[in-house]
Design a protein around this ligand. Structure first.
Ligand code: BJW
Ligand code: ZN
Length: 262
């Protein structure tokens, strides 16, 4: 039996499904993964050197401008057929939740709920000093013009610099998000892991957590990520096309947008 048919059968047999997603699910919406080279204004920067607390300490203006630009990039992007397939499954009667490593809001805009953000959100802001959440006014959200760098605003309580509400390396994941993810993953029959390189801990341990709890795990990736346990199924291909094909093979009605192979 082909992997697609095995996966469709696993989906048909399941009731509670968790989609565990990474940067690859948003790639077809034009949001680069962490392996892609930067383009445009940021071509000469290495993202790994902008996405740390040390980088923010050393050059808060550069890092803040980088996140403002990414927020703008996400605001202009649209959910693709992979994001859109997930709520269709919920509409068809499955109990579906999303646990994402992504800091964009494309799952929410596609209509998924609940969505657990393990690595925070681009739309949130907090204080680097006192860690309290903060709000930005519309003028503080202006997109940096070419070459323009914008200083981070200051916290109204402690005058610390405001920073994006995302999780950088060596920072703990938000407790409530991690606890919700563990609860959902331990209770699911099927976990569909989409577009993640599976190297960043502790999130990378989630597929194993699902397997240990007795679930089946389907991996969807452009590359064969080499997971071949008895309860694992690998589907190689772009997330949008693969998820549409999986839903169709399981008998879920899907309308494919123009240009998306089914
Ligand atoms: C497609 C596709 C298509 C493409 N269709 N597929 C040594 C030193 C310091 C720390 C550590 C250490 N060893 C371990 C650690 C811990 C560290 C870690 O895991 N490091 C590893 C790299 C080794 N983890 C942490 O630090 C975490 N915190 C923690 O552990 O706290 C405890 C602690 C305290 C003190 C010290 C040490 C530990 C926090 C991790 C936070 C991760 N943050 C980021 C940035 C978020 C903000 C931002 O975006 O700016 O989160 S890093 C980045 O990686 C981002 C992502 O969510 C995360 C995962 O990436 P993802 O989603 O897998 O993307 P890619 O690009 O890697 O892969 C894309 C995949 O899609 C590929 O496989 C493609 O093939 C595929 N694909 N197009 C289908 N169309
Ligand atoms: Zn503060």
């Amino acid at each position: 039996m082909s992997n697609l048919l095995r996966a469709a059968e696993a989906l048909r047999r399941s009731k509670t499904v968790v989609f565990f997603t990474g940067a690859g699910i948003s790639a077809d919406s034009g949001i680069p993964t962490f392996r892609d080279k930067l383009t445009g204004l940021w071509v000469k920067h290495d993202p790994q050197r902008l996405e740390t607390a040390d980088a923010f300490r050393a050059n808060p203006t550069l890092v803040w401008s980088w996140y403002l630009w990414r927020r703008h990039q996400v605001n202009q992007a649209k959910p693709n057929s992979a994001h859109l397939s997930i709520p269709r499954l919920a509409d068809a009667g499955w109990d579906v939740s999303v646990v994402t490593q992504n800091i964009d809001d494309l799952h929410e805009r596609a209509g998924s709920s609940p969505v657990v953000h393990l690595h925070g959100s681009l739309m949130d802001v907090k204080c680097f000093g006192c860690h309290r959440p903060a709000e930005l006014s519309p003028d503080q959200l202006a997109v940096p013009l070419e070459g323009q760098l914008i200083e981070p605003p200051r916290c109204t309580r402690c005058n610390g610099r405001l920073r994006p509400g995302v999780v950088w390396f060596r920072e703990n994941l938000p407790d409530n998000a991690w606890r919700s993810a563990v609860r959902l993953v331990r209770a699911c029959d099927l976990l569909v892991s989409v577009g993640t390189s599976g190297v960043v801990m502790p999130a990378a341990g989630i597929p194993d957590m699902a397997l240990a709890a007795g679930a089946t795990v389907i991996h969807v990736n452009l590359e064969d990520v080499g997971m071949d346990g008895a309860d694992e199924i690998m589907l190689v291909g772009p997330a949008g096309g693969v998820l549409l094909a999986l839903l169709q093979a399981a008998g879920v009605a899907v309308l494919s947008p123009p240009g998306v192979p089914t």
